[in-house]
Ligand binder design. Sequence first.
Ligand code: AMP
Ligand code: GLY
Length: 429
Amino acid sequence: MKILVIGSGGREHALVWKLAQSPHATQMWCAPGNAGIAQERLAKNSTLVECVPIGAEDLPKLLAFAQAQKVDLTVVGPDNPLALGIVDLFQQNGLRIWGVNQKAAQFEASKVFSQKFMEKYGIPTAAGETFSAAPAAKKFTVTLGGKCVVKADGLALGKGVLICTNLAEAERAVDEIMVGKAFGAAGASVVIQELLEGVEVSMHALCDGKTAKIFPTSQDHKRAFDGDLGLNTGGMGTYSPTPFLTDAELAAAAQKILEPFMRGCAAEGIDYRGLLYPGIMLTKTGPKVIEFNARFGDPETQVYLTRLENDLVELLDASVSGTLDKIELKWKPAASVCVVMASGGYPGNYAKGKPIHGLTDAAKLPDVKVFHAGTALSGGEIVTNGGRVLGVTALGKDLKIAQAAAYAAVEKIHFEGAQFRRDIATKAF
Ligand code: AMP
Ligand code: GLY
């Protein structure tokens, strides 16, 4: 099977690495990919994965490439091409593609859509309201005593969510998004939710339009620095499983969220085939959904795919075909920890082009896989090329062992200004 993966981050490297292990994969490309992806080889015939310089949002060029190469399955990593309708476009042209269609991508692309859907179908979430005018929005924050979260409706690179603890902050947040248009058109409408307290975990489920298969739990670390200090980032590290939910509690939470989700999709004519990633707050009154993402998490994918035993080509193929009910997901009992090494200054300004040393030494360590994100090849050398640079991932018999193994690998890797958290997975202990 000829496979094209779209995207260039750590998530996409993990997808490529896992897909390349499948005996079904005979040739693979990644658009645009990164330096680590370009080093992966297929298990079946040792062919290198080829990176093609087409941007993840250049739908016409991606389509032309898939047609010219007669790609059998395209796998979409990031949210933007999904929201732009890449799945619909490929399907209209008779191509097989994994990921949600444009209608289903609304769950991530519009927080107003998600909030209304959750209320309509009884999915446990934060109490909230949606607004398209600032005065009414401000009035509502008063009813919450200012303790609220103001969310721009549309995609805002994960930055359109403002957390407020008093009325002055809430008023400023509404003004910033709706009047100052800090996130442009994404802030024409907002969702305002009550501020929930609790532990945040990531949930993933693979869906095929009828069946939703839940993954084990994982937890991301969104703030830049140890102890959850500093700015919000795309994610500085993950681990799986988390100790905050037992298997029975996870199954109960999945039932409460996924059953009404799939029922609601059927009622609304949404054919949800792809990955559903709800962000969950474990509150005193039970797990509540604080957002829906319509794709794999990054860096959640790195810990999930190192634990996954199934053939990923078969799983994604079943998700497209609607035959997931015939497959049982199998996970290694081992724990996985991913530590993100970022460029100094991330998520603010940072330099690029810094040579990365020690990758070969790190790769020699047992049970370690270094996934690349913002890396590039320059003059025969691997250099930094983005904010999040590497996802250093290790498996271990338990979380402590996996954590130690991941940090032992991190110690081997050096680049100027490297910034990473030293407490990934420590919350679990
Ligand atoms: P979102 O993009 O909606 O996941 O929001 C980004 C971050 O804001 C989440 O990861 C949470 O840490 C926080 N957040 C979102 N909604 C709430 C809420 N209702 N209560 C407390 N924190 C929230
Ligand atoms: N791990 C955060 C995200 O993928 O949105």
